[in-house]
Ligand binder design. Structure first.
Ligand SMILES: [Zn+2]
Length: 154
């Protein structure tokens, strides 16, 4: 006895010209990773950075790949002992751990708002890239958000 062939759906018999739009048959683009038409795109130390000027500051989408560690991949490029950026924003995907010079540590898992003071090392934990949407005012970011120039306890 011949095995029954699975019935083709009515849709697949239609000529291509009468099929619904392509977009509906494809997986939707992930807006968290898709190309941004209006952003300045750079890759530095394996980190993908899309920057958009907004109001008097910038909005950045920063994608840190799995295995990324600031002290390994970025320190040789930046040549400061620790990352001296203030990071304020929303961790949309992934997990990031880090330490400050005095031994204080952070462990951040998406989804959550994040504030990381200047003067840290940080690395991606797990198999997923970490995607951070951050707000900055370039060199004035720490002062703008009321953070110290470098992590400390008052
Ligand atoms: Zn501390």
């Amino acid at each position: 006895m011949k095995p029954k062939r699975p019935r083709k759906s009515a849709r697949s018999k239609r000529p291509a010209s009468k099929r619904p739009g392509r977009a509906s048959t494809r997986a939707p683009r992930d807006p968290l990773l898709a190309r941004m038409a209006d952003a300045d795109h750079r890759v530095i130390g394996g980190v993908s950075i899309d920057t958009t000027r907004t109001a008097n500051g910038r909005v950045k989408r920063v994608c840190y790949p799995p295995g990324f560690r600031w002290s390994t991949h970025m320190k040789p490029i930046v040549s400061t002992p620790l990352c001296m950026h203030a990071h304020v924003g929303f961790l949309a995907r992934g997990r990031v751990r880090g330490t400050y010079a005095d031994g204080c540590a952070f462990d951040l898992t998406a989804p959550r708002a994040v504030v990381i003071e200047p003067g840290h090392d940080a690395w991606v934990v797990g198999k997923d890239a970490a995607v951070l949407i951050e707000f900055d005012t370039e060199s004035r970011t720490a002062a703008h958000f009321g953070l110290p120039e470098s992590h400390r306890h008052v």
